[in-house]
Design a protein around this ligand. Structure first.
Ligand code: ADP
Length: 336
């Protein structure tokens, strides 16, 4: 069953379109990831779905309710874990959860049991009476996640749930997301700009760029969309290449798109048997090759393939990339 269905959902800030006619759906019981670089429109999209922001155009149904006509019903059906933790450091974990239970009008008779259950799920029972301010970031985030569950929502939205966490806490929170989905049957919609996070956590991923969903599928389906079309990914390790080596490859006839991070150039070639041609072309272009491999596509390659841009672009500011022809006219026409 579709638990979320959007219909040309759009958000404009003055003349800037942050979310552009997005039509997408989420199945009940799945973990759905919105994966895209910073500024892609992920938060704006989920803010509309949780009624924190009103759409400029279009609408959506969430848990059967229209976000414009029945915002109160939508609010009752969803929980939101935002990137910023909204908790009182001086209160204990239990006191924080009780406060939020009251805010969400959780019936008094259910409250104690629910809080106890939630604390158990995140292995925090013995910390119930400790002030939140004394917790590690990972422990705080565990409480922050269950805070969104006190009202027993059917869908939980998580905006960058592991942002700012150390590696150990990141692993913990990812496990918790899986557990909530597996054991509690919770539908989870999360945003992330971390490809590995989307890859390990999500049943389906919507790749989002510049307010548009460029492709949707399971991580494996998305990856095979590249290879099924007869494309091959060749990774080239070059010796002291110029910074624009990727452009030299991009301009070759058989190359669809190319990107470069320091001495590594990645090209997507439109034929399966083109490996040798690329290797020969490197020499022809006056480049020195240390190594070359055919690789399985990663979500990064998928993103490059569908959007014409490397996703790490804005995160690390290191990668250069481009396609000859954007797969979507609309994006191609917006002056990438
Ligand atoms: P993401 O969550 O993918 O990083 P956001 O949804 O936060 O992206 O932002 C998408 C775009 O909309 C960005 O360019 C951002 O600057 C812009 N934006 C977000 N909120 C506002 C706002 N309240 N006013 C103006 N522009 C905004």
């Amino acid at each position: 069953m579709r638990i979320i269905q959007t219909d040309k959902l759009t958000k404009k800030f003055n003349s800037f379109t942050a979310v552009d006619k997005v039509t997408m759906d989420v199945e009940e019981g799945e973990v759905y990831g919105l994966l895209g670089p910073n500024g892609a429109g992920k938060s704006t999209l989920i803010r509309m779905l949780t009624t924190l922001s009103v759409p400029s155009e279009g609408t959506a149904k969430v848990a059967g309710y229209d976000i414009r006509r029945d915002p109160d019903k939508v609010r009752q059906a969803v929980g939101m874990v935002s990137e910023k933790m909204i908790m009182y450091e001086r209160l204990t974990a239990y006191e924080n959860l009780r406060l939020f239970s009251k805010l969400y009008n959780v019936p008094k008779r259910d409250m104690e049991e629910r809080i106890a259950d939630l604390l158990k799920i995140v292995n925090m029972t013995k910390w119930a009476d400790t002030q939140i301010g004394k917790f590690s970031t990972g422990m705080k985030q565990r409480i922050n996640v269950i805070r969104a569950l006190v009202s027993m929502p059917r869908i939980v939205f998580m905006d960058e749930p592991t942002l700012g966490l150390d590696p150990q806490s990141t692993t913990e929170i990812r496990k918790l997301i899986k557990k909530l989905n597996d054991e509690q049957g919770l539908t989870i919609v999360l945003t992330t700009h971390i490809m590995n996070e989307a890859d390990v956590l999500c049943d389906r991923i919507g790749l989002i760029d510049k307010g548009n969903i460029a492709a949707v599928g399971s991580p494996n389906d998305l990856k095979s969309m590249i290879t099924e079309r007869g494309n091959t990914i060749v990774d080239l390790d070059l010796i002291d290449p110029p910074a624009n080596a990727w452009e030299m490859f991009r301009d070759l006839k058989i190359v669809k798109s190319a990107s470069q991070t320091e001495n590594m150039v990645k090209v997507i070639v439109s034929r399966e048997d083109a490996f040798q041609e690329i290797v020969t072309a490197s020499t022809g272009l006056g480049l020195r090759l240390r190594n070359a491999n055919i690789n399985q596509p990663s979500l990064e390659d998928v993103f490059l393939h569908f959007t014409g841009r490397a996703m790490v672009d804005e995160v690390k500011g290191k990668v250069s990339s481009g396609m000859k022809h954007g797969p979507f006219r609309r994006s191609a026409g917006r002056g990438r």
